[in-house]
Design a protein around this ligand. Structure first.
Ligand SMILES: Cc1cc2nc3c(=O)[nH]c(=O)nc-3n(C[C@H](O)[C@H](O)[C@H](O)COP(=O)(O)O)c2cc1C
Length: 358
């Protein structure tokens, strides 16, 4: 099995990606970093693993979040939970997102994460946005938005944990507009987090009860961005480079989290940045897409992820290409890296035939 660094060294250029990555300078604040590149790989449980984050970083993401990590899981020191926290050797730094509800467990988890990551901890984030029923039922995720004083306690506990570890990393939270539209608490809630010492707040412009339905409210995010002195990161419907750049401009936020828009599109980060700078967005040819898919799948294996994840990833990259429907059926029969690579090669040959046949 090849090392992730060697795979990126060899495959990034052909896939239209940048390698090596630029580490954050220790003298640079979060606000300064966002000012030079505002597009961040969002947290996505079950998706934003090491391979995904390396692709996003090589595609121009300024930094990336971990998947959400249980503060209680870190208390019980399960190695499976630590797997979510420890960045790949080739990730210069990582933003770690914790979820839970007990301030004491947050303090302990913050201290442990900071001690393990040290200066590679880009920032520590508290999930106050997850709407999944089994999370909300335990008073975690977006349920925290019903109790601002408790959420403040959690922020203070995290800061105490970071201090205990002697790590001066920024502390952030990710929120929605509230749990339900009956309680649109986002503005006061975000101010409470700022008072409790948050360094930045990310706002997804939907209520918890909406899940991912409807549209994310840019105007609500803009209200928070105007009211807070700390940087606000906008989240919701950043599904293309254009929509990501527009979200930044229209919300007045200092950064944008890109989540579903990165499916099969690691270039979305640098493309959005180009648009912001008034430049043209390059066309990503089918060959570049296949090269990127191959690199992503090789990284998946190199970082020890289960190859079953490769099915979904392949479907994302193949979407919209001629012959993709047949290829997607083939993908569902693949299980090993070699089987996926053979399918990509066959698909590429078929694509070349189609292009040369009048
Ligand atoms: C599969 C999936 C997993 C997600 N997991 C998390 C998570 O662990 N923590 C979190 O704060 N948000 C999570 N989110 C929410 C995203 O970070 C983001 O806020 C949301 O998808 C809206 O952005 P988008 O419209 O650009 O996708 C997840 C979203 C998706 C689609």
């Amino acid at each position: 099995m090849r090392e992730a660094a060697a795979l990126l060294e060899e495959g990034a250029l052909g896939a239209g990606l940048a390698w090596p990555l630029t580490p954050w300078s220790s003298s640079e604040s979060l606000a300064e970093r966002l000012a030079s590149n505002p597009f961040v790989m969002a947290p996505m449980a079950g998706v934003s693993d090491r391979a995904w984050r390396l692709m996003a970083r090589a595609g121009g993401a300024t930094t990336a979040y971990s998947e959400m990590v249980s503060a209680a899981g870190l208390h019980f020191a399960s190695e499976k939970t630590w797997e979510l926290v420890i960045p790949d050797a080739n990730e210069p730094e990582l933003a770690v997102q914790l979820f839970g509800s007990d301030p004491a467990l947050f303090e302990e988890a913050a201290a442990k994460v900071a001690a393990r990551l040290g200066r590679r901890l880009a920032f520590l984030d508290v999930n106050m946005a997850c709407p999944v029923a089994k999370v909300v039922r335990k008073g975690e995720g977006v349920a925290l938005m019903d109790d601002a004083p408790h959420a403040e306690k959690i922020m203070r506990a995290c800061r105490a944990g970071l201090d205990k570890a002697g790590v001066r990393a920024p502390l952030t939270a990710k929120i929605r507009l509230g749990r339900t539209p009956e309680r649109p608490v986002f503005l006061d809630f975000a101010k409470a987090l700022e008072d409790a010492g948050a360094s930045a707040v990310a706002v997804h412009g939907r209520f918890g009860s909406q899940g991912y339905a409807g549209t994310s409210s840019i105007s609500a995010i803009a209200e928070v961005a105007t009211a807070l002195a700390i940087p606000v990161l906008a989240s919701g419907d950043a599904l293309s480079p254009r929509r990501s750049a527009d979200l930044l401009r229209e919300s007045g936020a200092k950064g944008v989290l890109i989540a579903r828009g990165s499916y099969g599109n690691p270039w979305i980060f640098s493309d959005a940045r180009r648009l912001l700078q008034g430049e043209e967005v390059p066309v990503h040819s089918p060959w570049q897409r296949l090269s990127a898919l191959e690199l992503h799948l090789r990284l998946l294996e190199a970082t020890g992820e289960h190859m079953l994840k490769a099915r979904q990833i392949s479907c994302h990259y193949l979407r919209g290409l001629p012959g993709a429907a047949d290829a997607r059926r083939g993908v569902m029969r693949c299980a090993t890296l070699d089987e996926f690579l053979a399918l990509i090669e066959g698909f590429g040959e078929e694509l070349a035939r189609r292009q040369t046949t009048p």
